[in-house]
Ligand binder design. Sequence first.
Ligand SMILES: Nc1nc2c(ncn2[C@@H]2O[C@H](COP(=O)(O)OP(=O)(O)OP(=O)(O)O)[C@@H](O)[C@H]2O)c(=O)[nH]1
Ligand SMILES: [Mg+2]
Length: 201
Amino acid sequence: MRVTAARFLGAFARPGGEPPAGLPEVAIAGRSNVGKSSLLNQLVGRRGLARISATPGRTRQLNFFVVNERFVLVDLPGYGFAVGPERERLGWGSLVEGYLLRRATLRGVALVVDVRRGLEAEEAQVLDFLAAAAVPAAVVATKLDKLARSAARAAVVRLAGPATAGVPVIGFSARSGEGRDALWRIVGDWVAGPPRPPRAT
Ligand SMILES: Nc1nc2c(ncn2[C@@H]2O[C@H](COP(=O)(O)OP(=O)(O)OP(=O)(O)O)[C@@H](O)[C@H]2O)c(=O)[nH]1
Ligand SMILES: [Mg+2]
């Protein structure tokens, strides 16, 4: 994908307050501080587009970015930061869950995991949630550059399993750009593909 233009559309923190549904959207999900915003910046090739934070859990809103005036990338707040022990929801709350369930223009979700941590209970929960909501997903194992090449490859291979059945798994590094083309192929297919079927309820 050649990105010729990318612009910030806005940040939205109120359920139902998103911009009007228009262009196809692809959301980037994952736990706090995993590297979602860095991945988005690497994808579009604009270093400072999405804000990178050293403090986990900084992104509290849904941030919308229009790419090539053709589709929208949505940087979601991270989960797993404000989760109290009694909360079985992901700590995302109704804002993100409502968006994922109801956004008619949502075409797919890239679930970002740290290649060194792999899939944990929360990631399995997110994949279940997306499958139940009929949203296509991909698992993107990021920070590949933190491991030696062979260890990184082995860690990505280990992500294949029951939790990721039917879900593409790719390695990525926001630092080196590895995996960028593979992720663009997936995103491009989603964006060019059919819209989400209307919800039954
Ligand atoms: N080495 C390396 N560091 C990375 C990579 N991706 C992200 N980081 C670092 O990880 C930290 C968190 O990155 P962010 O992109 O802000 O993570 P985030 O998931 O958007 O974080 P929140 O929005 O706070 O949930 C930053 O210090 C980044 O520089 C990567 O591929 N390689
Ligand atoms: Mg972020």
